[in-house]
Design a protein around this ligand. Structure first.
Ligand code: FAD
Ligand code: UDP
Length: 365
């Protein structure tokens, strides 16, 4: 059997391209996945207590792209869900992103308007220009105290780096608000797939032109099958046998707890911004709306080694990535895309948008 495309990785990047190529171009696709399941890091499953959990940590779908939303809507129905996060600091809970209620509670203020909060930020913020790192971007907006309380420890725990060693794009993901909006995201489309992510992926990959090989490292089958082109969504340094040394990734160890009560925390995610060893605690029933008398939570402990989850955005890592990118550009008939192959801190909607863009380039050729 000869395939038109060999796709490495059955996460969002690989699965969307497989679906488009199979259904729109009527081409044969072999998709090879190292893990024993589809969905990449968005994979979800029912745990032994019957609770739907995300094996690799909480995944909340949000996008401003109608194109991405409409595309995925062919493969799933949605559950309206707007994500809420609280930060736990000295046994108190505060809304994150920092907003007017955070400031009022923390500093015992009674601000009732955006302009009062803006004035407050103007008094405490410290001008940084240019904004070169993750400390500067926060201190420049809200000053040292809020930075120390909400960003410093959490970032150190998550990345094992000081915020000033990380690109401003890391802490810059989190906005700062003057109003009382306590949603984590403000995107136009905020939903969870109604039957879960794995079901969405089953629908993406069900086309007869797609053959799926699970539990297989692509390097083990390269000579076994025939194909014209490769789409690679695994780690780029692994593809090149680490020839310029390993790119650093952060991983996570998850500890799972089931409690015999309906809910354990008020919102889906609590960020532990203090000295606890773990970072984020997620209670999945808030995300899925599942009704059960008991509940499952994951506690995240950030790790250096393990499954590569997060590219680490520093100057030296970007340079190292560019050496690999240069090598990748020299190769014909191979497309590198996704969070691991492009070493970019992408959200799900960004990789879907990216795959759709790559597909339009494929058709235009
Ligand atoms: P992946 O999902 O990593 O898929 C790549 C696949 O390639 C994997 O399945 C891997 O096993 C496979 N692979 C790797 N090497 C090989 C090999 N040698 N042979 C065969 N297969 C291989 N995004 C959001 O939008 N919202 C969120 O709330 C959110 N939360 C997140 C929380 C965590 C803890 C993490 C880690 C990420 C989160 N993301 C979130 C980001 C989201 O997971 C990614 O944007 C998305 O999964 C990237 O898809 P991908 O296909 O590029 O990569
Ligand atoms: N961050 C923080 N405190 C918070 C939330 C986020 O310091 O309460 C920083 C931290 O460095 C984190 C980054 O901002 O890694 C991005 O946060 P996000 O919630 O987007 O992380 P992700 O969901 O990608 O793990």
């Amino acid at each position: 059997m000869k395939y038109d495309y060999l796709i490495v990785g059955a996460g969002f990047s690989g699965s969307v391209l497989a679906e488009r190529i199979a259904s729109q171009l009527n081409k044969k696709v072999l998709i090879v996945e190292k893990r024993n399941h589809i969905g990449g890091n968005a994979f979800d499953e029912y745990d032994k207590h019957g609770i739907l959990v995300h094996k690799y940590g909480p995944h909340i779908f949000h996008t401003n792209s109608k194109k991405v939303f409409d595309y995925l809507s062919q493969f799933t129905e949605w559950r309206k869900y707007e994500h809420k996060v609280l930060a736990k600091l000295n046994n108190e809970f505060y809304p994150v992103p920092i907003n007017r209620n955070t400031i009022n509670k923390l500093y015992n203020k009674n601000f009732t308007s955006n302009s009062e909060v803006e004035k407050f930020y103007n008094q405490v913020k410290e001008k940084r220009s240019p904004i070169l790192n993750s400390e500067a971007i926060i201190v420049n907006k809200v000053g040292k105290d809020l930075f120390e309380k909400f960003f410093r420890n959490y970032t150190k725990k998550q990345w094992n780096l000081e915020p000033k060693e990380l690109s401003p794009t890391v802490c810059g993901r989190i906005p700062v608000r003057t109003n009382t909006d306590d949603r984590y995201f403000t995107d136009k489309y905020q939903f969870m797939p109604k039957e879960g992510y794995t079901y969405l992926f089953e629908n993406l990959l069900q086309h007869k032109n797609i053959t799926l090989l699970l539990g297989t490292d692509y390097k083990a089958i390269l000579d076994k099958y025939k194909y014209d082109k490769i789409i690679y969504t695994g780690p780029i340094d692994y593809f090149f046998d680490y020839k310029y040394r390993k790119l650093p990734y952060r991983s996570i160890r998850f500890e799972w707890k089931n409690y015999k009560k309906e809910y354990h925390q008020k919102v889906a995610v609590v960020n532990h911004v203090g000295d606890e060893k773990f970072t984020r605690v997620c209670e999945y029933k808030h995300l899925t709306g599942q009704e059960k008398k008991h509940t499952t939570l994951s506690y995240e402990f950030s790790l250096k080694d393990g499954e590569p989850f997060y590219p680490v955005p520093t100057d030296s890592n970007s340079k190292l990535y560019l050496s690999y990118k240069k090598e990748a550009k020299k190769l014909k008939n191979i497309i590198f895309c996704g969070r691991l192959a492009e070493y970019q801190y992408y959200n799900m909607d960004q990789v879907v948008a990216n795959s759709l863009k790559i597909f339009s380039k494929i058709i235009s050729k």
